[in-house]
Design a protein around this ligand. Structure first.
Ligand SMILES: [Zn+2]
Length: 200
C-alpha cells in the first residue's frame, strides 16, 4: 500500500522551490500565519473547544522537507480514483477547488456533522457553521483532532491548507477573517465532505 501524499502537480520534495516563498512572501503574511495560530489557540480555549488548530507554518515546512506525511487511511492513487467520484477525487486528492455556490452543503442548515468524503472521519459540527457569503461551506472551528494544516504557497499566495487528519484528503483553507469566538474561517469544499443529520 502506497502511503505517499504527494501532489501530482508539483515536483517531489525537496525540489519544490523554497525560493518561491522568499520571492513572493513579504514579512506580513508570515507574521499573519503566526498570529493566526496564537489567536486561534486562545479563542479555542475560550470557547471550550480543543481542536487541532493552525500550527506555525515553519514547523510544517520542516516536517514536510524531512519525510512525506503519512496518514492512517492510505490508498494508492488508483484506489482513490475507484473509491471517489471524479469531483471528490479532484478536490481531495488533487487539491482542487469547487465552483462557489456549487455544493448543496453550502446551504445545509440542519443540525448534524460534516464528515470527510474520503474516510468518513467527522470533521465539523453544524454548531460551528456560518454563512461566509463566499459560496463555500464555512466553519469557525473543526472538531477536535479532525484536521491537519500546512502552509500552501501555490498561486503566489501564502495560505494555510486544511486536510483530513486521517486520510490526508484536501478539504480547503483556513483564513483569519472568521467570526467569534475563534476569528477563523475554515473555507471548505462541499465535495470533500458528506453530511450526517442529527449526529452533532
Ligand atoms: Zn479523511
Amino acid at each position: 500500500m502506497r502511503l505517499s501524499k504527494i501532489d501530482p502537480r508539483t515536483p517531489p520534495e525537496p525540489s519544490r522551490p523554497r525560493r518561491a516563498v522568499a520571492a513572493s512572501a513579504s514579512p506580513t503574511p508570515s507574521r499573519r500565519v503566526f498570529l493566526l495560530s496564537a489567536t486561534a489557540a486562545a479563542a479555542a480555549v475560550a470557547a471550550g473547544l480543543v481542536p487541532r488548530l493552525v500550527r506555525p507554518a515553519q514547523a510544517d515546512d520542516a516536517r514536510r522537507a524531512s519525510a512525506p506525511e503519512q496518514f492512517e487511511v492510505a490508498y494508492s492513487d488508483a484506489e482513490w480514483r475507484k473509491r471517489l467520484t471524479p469531483g471528490q477525487y479532484e478536490i481531495l486528492r488533487q487539491e482542487g477547488t469547487e465552483r462557489p455556490y456549487s455544493s448543496p452543503l453550502n446551504d445545509e442548515h440542519r443540525a448534524g456533522t460534516f464528515a470527510c468524503a474520503g474516510c468518513a472521519l467527522p470533521l465539523f459540527s453544524s454548531r460551528t457553521k456560518f454563512d461566509s457569503h463566499t459560496g463555500w461551506p464555512s466553519f469557525w472551528t473543526p472538531l477536535a483532532h479532525a484536521v491537519g494544516t500546512r502552509s500552501d504557497t501555490t498561486f503566489g499566495m501564502v495560505r494555510t491548507e486544511v486536510h483530513c487528519r486521517r486520510c490526508g484528503g484536501h478539504l480547503g483553507h483556513v483564513f483569519d477573517d472568521g467570526p467569534k469566538p475563534t476569528g477563523l474561517r475554515y473555507c471548505m469544499n462541499g465535495l470533500a465532505m458528506t453530511f450526517n443529520p442529527q449526529a452533532a
